[in-house]
Ligand binder design. Structure first.
Ligand code: TRP
Length: 451
């Protein structure tokens, strides 16, 4: 095992792993998907249910994925093959994860392309070049979308080709704190603007009468998406985790960090939506959010343009640049899953694997570039449904096939106080009973309600 580990590469230590996993978790899910979902599903109620899902379901599932990864030292498909060598069918859980990863990455790349394109939209706006600014800001422009998807995928492939640690570690360590700083400053600004109070109260006051199957389903999907769970990204990252590290602790950091940033992003973007509304931008239509996937790309520039002058430019350009980097540390984790699968299971070289699967996925992105309404459909199938389904199967696998005893033996490695910990008592109950029941109930009630 040690040999195999050496060949596959390994994180330099705990911080590197936490940063990489946090880099995977923090991305468009926090700043693009979370606020939009929250705004269209009752605000405060959504936030509340999302937090419950993140900590009570997401956190235990994250520990499960990390243990599977570190114990097997494999990609998701190989991991299930390794842990259930008597029955090949379990491999399908990993295969479903790889498929979800491919499809999520395909539309994620297009949205990530928008964030990078908006760096230029802002730059040219503040340089007074309206025409160029509008070109870069046109999210329905196929050629523009395609161009930026190519750029974004190329950057992702370049980093993945270099191996696991280097690029991800550096990008996350220095730039994530900057993103948090800029979020906090902008929250301070937006809360002084007219209209923001309405947004703030919508975000922070949970109206419990608004709880329904749809809100719960959306919050569950968001928790899985934001924490990068349910498709084996964390299995893959866990497969590079040294034995001396404490899984329960690392997973707790990642969960706290990711939900913290999502919370901050909501504090900025939902009030900013209402400020934009009082500036004449239509954000709601017939009870729902109007512009769908491109909404925040109208709302945020509106805010930066209102700040105006040099600071408007600094924040506008800086924000989209940092968001692009946060998105990049997420696309890396998605592509790494598929690449690790090609390397482990088909013996392809890392460089060839990354370029091969990356270009294949890019073809799908190019297709989406010309019809962005596909984003919503793909997101529903592969994130909102696909990830909780994957999480459900992972729970059943750990709870009833691999077995909580063996899984806990892995959790115990690197965790001195494990025997006395609450994790030891509570985790098996969550993995065997609570998490799978909650997920199943939501999936079934929504699927029968929707279709
Ligand atoms: N969690 C990332 C975000 O919030 C997206 C992401 C990266 C992801 N890897 C994933 C989502 C794996 C699901 C599964 O932007």
């Amino acid at each position: 095992m040690a040999e195999a580990t050496k060949e596959r590469g390994i994180w330099s230590g705990k911080l590197a792993f936490i940063l990489a996993a946090a880099g995977s978790a923090v991305g468009l899910g926090n700043i693009w998907r979370f606020p939009t979902e929250a705004a269209s599903h009752g605000g405060g109620v959504f936030l509340l249910i999302y937090l419950v899902f993140a900590f009570l379901i997401g956190y235990p599932v994250m520990m499960a994925e990390m243990s599977i990864g570190r114990n097997s030292r494999k990609n998701p498909v190989g991991a299930f093959k390794f842990l259930a060598s008597d029955n090949k069918l379990y491999m399908l859980i990993g295969a479903w994860g790889v498929l979800c990863g491919i499809m999520i990455l395909s539309y994620y790349t297009v949205v990530a392309g928008w964030t990078f394109s908006y760096v230029f939209e802002e730059l040219f706006h503040f340089m007074g070049m309206a025409e160029l600014s509008n070109w870069f800001g046109d999210t329905s422009h196929g050629i523009n979308n395609a161009l930026f998807s190519v750029l974004f995928m190329s950057a992702t492939i370049a980093i993945i080709t270099g191996g696991v640690a280097e690029g991800i570690e550096k990008a996350t360590k220095t730039l994530m704190p900057l993103l948090i700083l800029i979020l906090i400053i902008l929250i301070g600004y937006v809360l002084t603007q007219e209209g923001s109070a309405k947004g703030l109260s919508r975000y922070l006051t949970p109206d419990l009468t608004k709880i329904n199957a749809e809100v719960i389903f959306a919050a569950m999907g968001q928790a899985f998406f934001s924490l990068s769970l349910g498709m084996g990204a964390i299995i893959t990252y866990g497969s590079y985790l040294p034995k001396r590290e404490n899984i329960a602790g690392a997973a707790a950091y990642v969960t706290l960090f990711d939900t913290g940033i999502a919370f901050l992003a909501g504090l900025l973007i939902i009030p900013a939506m209402f400020v934009a509304q009082s500036n004449g931008i239509t954000i709601f239509e017939g009870g729902g959010l109007k512009a769908g996937p491109a909404l925040i790309f109208q709302v945020l520039p509106n805010m930066f343009h209102n700040i105006g002058g040099m600071w408007g430019m600094v924040f506008g350009v800086g924000f989209f640049l940092l968001l692009s980097i946060a998105a990049l540390t997420s696309t890396i984790s998605l592509l790494e899953v598929v690449t690790a699968y090609a390397i482990d299971e088909h013996g392809v070289q890392r460089k060839k694997a990354a370029m091969g699967v990356g270009s294949g996925i890019l073809l799908v992105s190019l297709f989406i570039s010309f019809d962005i309404s596909l984003i919503g459909t793909l997101d529903l199938i592969f994130s909102s449904i696909g990830l909780p389904l994957g999480g459900f199967l992972i729970c059943l696998f750990v709870g009833y096939k691999w077995g909580p005893q063996d899984a806990m033996a892995e959790l115990e490695v690197g965790y001195d106080q494990f025997e006395k910990s609450i994790v030891r008592k509570a985790w098996p109950v969550f993995i065997k009973v609570l998490a799978p029941l909650a997920i199943l109930y939501n999936l079934v009630s929504t699927l029968f309600g929707t279709f």
